[in-house]
Design a protein. Structure first.
Length: 271
């Protein structure tokens, strides 16, 4: 019976991770909240790495055609220097530039962030900050498309992604919000945001292999981890599709309301 209860808890955590990773409400913050209420005490990084990898697979599948085009055209530009391939090559370069801030800050401060900024209070503040940012850009829709970006745009958005290492600050929210703020159209902002997610998540997977291999709970939590992984994979796919539809309609304001409500409730009841 205890095993079934544990599996159900990890099933729920997988649903939470999958549902909140693509949308601007902070998946890490929601995991902190649900771990608190479910009484799940994670040791090591295996759970985080596995669920992030599941979300990564789902997002890569959704953007598989864009990724294939960027790879083929990027290589073609390096070989031929033909202008028809330049826009995709430069988009790759902007993704690389935008990844740098999160990599540097993550390597230097990730352990300290995990140690000092994983409380419910921190999450509530982070959600309120995300809600305010979503409110401020609610009516913006820039004109910049993939070929109109600059290294400055990429670095600014990359810094926003680095700030989202703090639980409660949404990664997708911070990057989409900042992309729109620097003048990107909403579809470009969404694509650039999740293209930035891919290398950061891949890097976390590579760096976390040793943590997974040395996880003391690896054998006892094998089945719960598998349940969480598969649940996250499927839920992320459908949540991402839903979020793409929301972005197309320009309805980000609803996520602002959600962040305000949850953030305020946490401040009131979780002192």
């Amino acid at each position: 019976m205890d095993h079934i209860v544990l599996w159900l808890k990890y099933l729920l955590l997988g649903i939470v991770q999958g549902a909140t990773e693509p949308i601007p409400v902070s998946s890490s913050g929601h995991l902190v909240i649900f771990q608190h209420f479910l009484g799940v005490d994670r040791t090591g990084l295996s759970f985080e790495i596995l669920t992030n990898t599941a979300s990564l697979i789902a997002i890569c599948f959704i953007y598989r055609k864009d990724l294939a085009r960027l790879l083929v055209n990027g290589i073609q530009y390096l070989r031929t220097r033909e202008t028809q391939y330049k826009a995709d090559f430069m988009f790759i370069m902007y993704i690389i530039a935008g990844t740098i801030p999160a990599v540097i800050i993550g390597l230097l401060f990730k352990d300290k962030i995990d140690a000092y900024f994983t409380s419910i209070h921190t999450v509530s503040i982070g959600l309120l900050v995300t809600g305010v940012a979503l409110w401020l850009i609610r009516n913006l829709n820039g004109r910049k498309r993939d070929g109109d970006l600059s290294y400055k745009d990429a670095l600014v958005v990359g810094l926003a992604q680095a700030v989202a290492l703090i639980p409660g600050i949404s990664r997708s929210g911070s990057t989409v919000i900042t992309s729109i703020a620097v003048g990107m159209k909403q579809d470009t902002a969404l694509r650039f945001s999740f293209m930035l997610y891919i290398p950061v998540s891949l890097g976390g997977l590579v760096l976390g292999v040793s943590d997974m291999a040395n996880d003391p709970d690896r054998s006892t939590l094998f089945i719960p981890y598998v349940i969480a992984f598969l649940t996250t994979l499927f839920v992320t796919y459908f949540a991402m599709r839903w979020f793409m539809n929301i972005m197309a309609k320009g309805n980000l304001i609803y996520f602002s309301y959600y962040c305000f409500i949850v953030g305020i409730l946490l401040l009131i009841f979780m002192r």
